[in-house]
Ligand binder design. Structure first.
Ligand code: PEP
Ligand code: MN
Length: 339
């Protein structure tokens, strides 16, 4: 059940509701919103009786929850989750936020060049993998802790936000200390111990859709993060496995409005990993903007043909600049702001 408080409910009234939830042996999850606060209840095995809550001061309505996920539900925050990553606002409908950078952190020089290029273009969030989940054990595995150190240094010196993947629970502390956003890769979308751990982290979580995950599984994975106490989660569609073999994966853009209908969490699109071919990034990025995604994750590096991972799907600077120039008038027309 979700308990929606009246717009003028006081903090003391909210605490009284939380107290009652705890008294019943459940856990309260207050989520303050623009107009009102909603409080999710977890820990209950069956339906929760609304009666004791309906009579409490400040309570507007009690909404029964029939789905497995609760805290990610749009009813918890109808206006949509919105928060800042090192000064850049993500979510909320108006923002179209670009995350860009190489697949892997390869060197300080590479990351300096990319950070400067992105900042000059107005892109504020830099990606770069330090721990790489590779299909083959013989492929480049990332610079690991050295890559993290490079990312931290670049983030500090260039005052740019950073995001990098965390592959296991033991690395969450180090990755949290080095980067502004923790990425959970597609292959780990259902690594439940990792989801629980990042739910306790103090950094936002960028959760990529598993390559065969249904909408429900995707939302339940995000529910783990919020249940841990971390409300700053972003979802990302990065292509799913289908019979189609003309592209690396099939970009399932229908997940964007589907997520937005059910959940308050921002949903991004990663055309690079979805398609695997750099020439199709621009049309798919435009489609992502057109269908209402909250942002993009795009791979870009100075010399993609010599990249240590995912070069075929990575744009060079010229291609990336062309992409941003193409998105700008579209965003304006749609009343969106590229940030
Ligand atoms: C990545 O973004 O570096 C990555 C490995 O993506 P995915 O988990 O979507 O394959
Ligand atoms: Mn990649």
């Amino acid at each position: 059940m979700l308990i929606v408080l009246k717009p003028d409910a006081t903090p003391a009234q909210a605490e009284r509701v939380c107290e009652e939830i705890r008294r019943l042996g459940f856990q309260p999850h207050p989520m303050p919103g623009a107009g009102r606060t909603a409080i999710g209840i977890t820990g209950n095995k069956g339906p929760v009786n609304a009666l004791p809550f309906e009579s409490l001061a400040g309570v507007d309505q009690c909404i029964p929850v029939t789905k497995g996920y609760k805290l990610v539900l749009r009813e918890m925050k109808p206006e949509g989750t919105r928060f800042k990553i090192k000064g850049t606002e993500v979510g909320g409908g108006k923002n179209f936020t670009i995350i860009a950078g190489p697949c892997s952190v390869e060197s300080t020089k590479q990351m300096e060049t990319v950070a400067k290029f992105l900042k000059d273009l107005g892109v504020n969030i830099l990606r770069g993998g330090a721990f790489k989940p590779r299909t083959s054990p013989y492929s480049f595995q990332g610079l690991e802790s050295e890559g993290l150190a490079i990312l931290k240094d670049i983030g500090d010196r260039f005052k740019i936000a950073t995001i990098t993947e965390v592959m296991d629970t033991g690395a969450v502390e180090d990755v949290s200390a080095a980067a502004d956003v923790l990425q959970i890769g597609a292959r780990n979308m259902q690594n439940f111990s990792l989801l629980k751990r990042v739910g306790k982290a103090k950094k936002p979580v960028f959760l990529k859709r598993g390559m065969s995950a249904t909408l429900e599984e995707f939302l339940l994975a995000a529910e783990y993060v919020l249940h841990g106490g971390n409300n700053h989660a972003i979802l990302c569609e990065r292509g799913v496995r289908t019979f189609a073999d003309h592209a690396r994966n099939t970009l399932d853009l229908s997940i964007v409005p589907s997520v937005q209908k059910l959940s308050h969490l921002p949903i991004f699109v990663d055309p690079s990993h979805a398609i695997g071919k750099r020439e199709y990034i621009e049309p798919m990025a435009k489609a992502a903007l057109a269908c209402g995604a909250d942002g993009l994750m795009v791979e870009v590096t100075p010399d993609p043909d010599h990249a240590l991972s995912d070069g075929a799907q990575t744009l060079n600077f010229k291609g990336f600049e062309k992409l941003i120039q193409a998105l700008k008038p579209m965003a304006e027309l749609l009343g969106r702001k590229i940030n």
